[in-house]
Design a protein around this ligand. Structure first.
Ligand code: GAR
Length: 216
């Protein structure tokens, strides 16, 4: 039986594209994307989904009076697609504890910083302002704490003279596209688990910052 992914997006969807490509190239065996759901009707990622023949759906947060009612509708929609894994791919909404609990252990996010540094927004500008020598991205399990769930894997890039938030975002994204499908594969294969507050891969607790991804 194949593992059904539902991918949540708010924007461009380049990480979604990385999943589409990984599946097409056999790097996510036995996985299929059951649906892509956006909270924004204009998100370009919805076009990427359609172009790949994947169901593209929208639950517009502006149609709901509260975060709770939006999350309940989103949860019901995801369940309709019988999601085994829920992949937050540039989904720019803070999720309620009930939503997170419902998908506990099968809800992943990618965040454009080396967590625990810079949860929240404007991560690359904050790294520049702090004079950091490196930037990166981290895949983590989602828990109730914003960008605070246990890291699974991170990838780094150097920050060079002349870098801007835009150049860093561009360079970090290309790393995101590698590490995110990799982490999802481990989860789909049952090798990766959320145990209490720890991420465990092949029965070993992962380091606090997650594994460090190194290119071959
Ligand atoms: C990515 O850089 C992702 O890490 C970030 O949004 C971008 C989405 O790009 N996510 C967050 O900031 C979540 N807090 P994409 O739409 O091209 O995948």
């Amino acid at each position: 039986m194949s593992c059904k992914l539902v991918v949540l997006i708010s924007g461009s969807g380049s990480n979604l594209q990385a999943f589409i490509d990984a599946i097409a190239e056999g790097r996510l065996p036995n996985c299929e994307i059951a649906a892509v759901i956006s909270n924004k009707p204009q998100a370009f990622g919805l076009e990427r989904a359609q172009a790949a023949g994947i169901t593209a759906d929208c639950v517009d947060h502006r149609d709901f009076a509260s975060r709770e009612t939006f999350d309940r509708a989103l949860q019901a929609k995801i369940d309709q697609y019988h999601a085994d894994l829920v992949i937050l791919a540039g989904f720019m909404r803070i999720l309620t504890p009930d939503f997170v609990l419902h998908f506990k252990g099968r809800l992943l996010n990618i965040h454009p910083s080396l967590l625990p540094k810079y949860p929240g927004l404007h991560t690359h500008q904050r790294a520049l302002d702090a004079g950091d020598k490196e930037a990166g991205a981290t895949v983590h399990f989602v828990t109730e704490e914003l960008d605070g769930g246990p890291p699974i894997i991170h990838a780094k890039i150097p920050i060079n003279e002349g870098d801007t938030a835009a150049t860093l975002a561009h360079n970090v994204l290309s790393k995101e596209h590698t590490i995110y499908p990799l982490a999802a594969r481990w989860l789909a294969e049952g090798r990766l688990k959320l145990e209490g507050k720890k991420a465990v891969l092949d029965d070993k607790t992962l380091p606090e910052n997650g594994l460090h991804y190194q290119e071959d």
